[in-house]
Design a protein around this ligand. Structure first.
Ligand code: NI
Length: 227
């Protein structure tokens, strides 16, 4: 499942973040690449321990914590500390690659199984040419380029790439998460059930049916989630 989550960050929050991103010192993005992807990766990243990355990471995690749609779709158990990248000038693409199944955070020695990947955009589509995130999976090939503040959530099991940025700069936050519900089909079913319960509650309030279905939802989560 590929999910577009609009306005994870407001326009004001994006603006604040961009001030940090503009002033930051960027390094070669291959610092976090595995041996296979370092051959196809050519972009810039913020050093994980830099002041800018720490400030920005806190803002993104705060915003994710407030997004009901993100929670419902991902059921996150562990989020790898988000990273920040920039595609511009000669550092402008990331060819076809797969993300490592497990990421270990060096500072904390925490292991995160990558069930879902996300990209949160800080630049608007009209600020750069190219730079589409191309995701190939069972749902076919999808090209993603979203407004600043919006996010895409997609399976970490996919093959994906970022097309060359031929003009301007594409700045994003990206990371991976381990879900409380490991199986994609179960996670998807829970998301669809939760979404439909929300629509039902909006239309009819918390009537007996809505309460009954909410009961089923939580019992399914209880059956399938590991915390
Ligand atoms: Ni990737």
């Amino acid at each position: 499942m590929l999910l577009h989550i609009p306005q994870v960050l407001s326009r004001e929050e994006v603006q604040q973040c961009r001030e940090w991103l503009t002033a930051a010192d960027w390094v070669d993005g291959r610092v976090t690449a595995g041996s296979q992807s370092e051959k196809t990766k050519n972009n810039l990243q913020l050093p994980e321990s830099s002041e800018a990355a720490q400030w920005l990471r806190a803002r993104v995690l705060e915003a994710l914590g407030k997004s009901a749609l993100f929670f419902s779709a991902a059921l996150p158990r562990k989020i790898y500390p988000p990273l920040f990248n920039c595609y511009t000038g000669d550092s402008n693409f990331f060819g076809d690659h797969v993300d490592n199944a497990v990421r270990t955070h060096a500072a904390t020695q925490t292991h995160v199984r990558t069930d879902l990947s996300f990209t949160l955009f800080f630049t608007d589509p009209d600020e750069y040419e190219g730079g589409e995130l191309v995701i190939e999976d069972t749902f076919g090939c999808q090209k993603v380029k979203l407004p600043a503040g919006d996010m895409v959530l997609y399976p970490s099991s996919s093959v994906h790439r970022v097309e060359p940025v031929t003009q301007g700069a594409r700045i994003c936050c990206f990371s991976w998460l381990e879900s409380m519900v490991r199986e994609t089909e179960r996670r998807r079913l829970l998301f669809e059930l939760d979404s439909n319960i929300s629509r039902l509650r909006q239309a009819h309030g918390d009537d007996e049916t809505a309460v009954g279905l909410t009961h089923c939802y939580h019992n399914l989560v209880r059956m399938w989630a590991s915390t």
